[in-house]
Design a protein around this ligand. Structure first.
Ligand SMILES: N=CN[C@@H](CCC(=O)O)C(=O)O
Ligand SMILES: [Mn+2]
Ligand SMILES: [Mn+2]
Length: 324
């Protein structure tokens, strides 16, 4: 259920005559095989590790449009030709893919959690490349130990709460209720903030669950009606209440014009700029522990538009994260 990555996954343009000044990400990325011994990140170095979660079993169980299993490959493809502008102390790693086999979502999530935990323990900054939004529960399993002594804030950019009941079956629609219950079992607070919620995309039952769990949320209409500095100011207040932050970006938060390649596309979703501005604010706080991108479905993408949007956001996340 785990496959290390290789050069095959990172192919892009080369500007040979320019030597190092012409480098792109595919020429600097290093490969980590998590089935072997993994080196610890030395002090004074920054290491960002991408880990794929090739899974859309949660989307299938949630009656969605499958295809997110191919999200990680598409994201790597979209990042490969990015110009390299990172300082020398910052290194990029590809830590391979966790695969969901035989529809065994629970086992795949456990495996993802174990890999994330190892990377965090060794000092890597992790970015998980989903996968359906079931990615979030596996990701959290890896984060919970690393953040066990901290007030963890979960920031979800999403058109949906993903707080469905998992009594019968867990899915891409249930991860945050699963997380809420896991935290409650550890007597920890569930501090969950959703940005970009679509009223028509969430039943009254889901709004009721959100209220019961004291979830903070901003509907897409409100995001679109605010200035970027207002959004950043509101987020700053939330950031001051927490000690560590897990960010999860469900690409269906964006308008379908920007992000057609998702299971549940939203015509009236967000444009990229406010999301990027809020992400920069989170990173500047120094509290970001780990991040993921979920729900990229390459089979519905148009000219890789959604993959390029997600990759572009990750480019800026990496650039900003390298500074703190
Ligand atoms: N990841 C989750 N998604 C949404 C899907 C909504 C839909 O398919 O319309 C949810 O369960 O609410
Ligand atoms: Mn979601
Ligand atoms: Mn969603």
């Amino acid at each position: 259920m785990y496959k290390p990555s290789s050069k095959q996954a990172w192919k892009g343009r080369t500007d040979l005559h320019d030597e190092e000044l012409g480098y792109r990400w595919h020429q600097v990325i290093q490969y980590l095989d998590l089935s072997g011994e993994v080196p610890r990140v030395a002090d004074e170095r920054v290491a960002v590790a991408f880990l794929g979660f090739c899974c859309d079993e949660g989307v299938r169980r949630n009656q969605g449009r499958t295809g997110a299993v191919d999200g990680p490959a598409s994201l790597r493809g979209a990042m490969a030709s990015f110009a390299h502008h990172l300082p020398p102390e910052v290194a990029l790693y590809d830590a391979g893919d966790v695969l969901c086999t035989n529809q065994n979502l629970e086992e795949a999530q456990e495996q993802l959690g174990r890999k994330v935990a190892v990377l965090l323990q060794l000092g890597y900054r992790t970015i998980v490349l989903g996968g359906g939004h079931e990615t979030a529960f596996g990701h959290f399993l890896g984060l919970e130990q690393a953040t066990s002594k901290q007030r963890l804030g979960i920031l979800n950019f999403d058109a949906h709460f993903d707080l469905r009941s998992y009594e019968l079956l867990s899915s891409s629609g249930t991860p945050f209720l699963q997380i809420a219950h896991k935290l409650r079992a550890q007597e920890r607070e569930f501090i969950y903030n959703c940005i970009g919620i679509q009223q028509q995309g969430n039943t009254r039952m889901l709004f009721q669950s959100a209220h019961k769990l004291q979830v903070g949320y901003t509907c897409a209409e409100q995001v679109n009606g605010h200035t970027i500095s207002d959004l950043q100011r509101n987020l700053q207040e939330w950031l001051e209440e927490v000690e560590a932050v897990y960010v999860t970006l469900d690409l269906d938060v964006f308008a379908a014009a920007y992000a057609p390649g998702v299971s549940a596309a939203n015509a009236l979703g967000l444009p990229p700029e406010p999301v990027l501005a809020m992400l920069k604010k989170v990173i500047a706080s120094g509290k970001l522990v780990s991040m993921d991108v979920a729900e990229l479905n390459p089979s519905y993408d148009i000219d890789n538009r959604t993959a390029k949007l997600a990759a572009g956001i990750l480019y800026h996340v990496v650039q900003e994260w390298a500074k703190v």
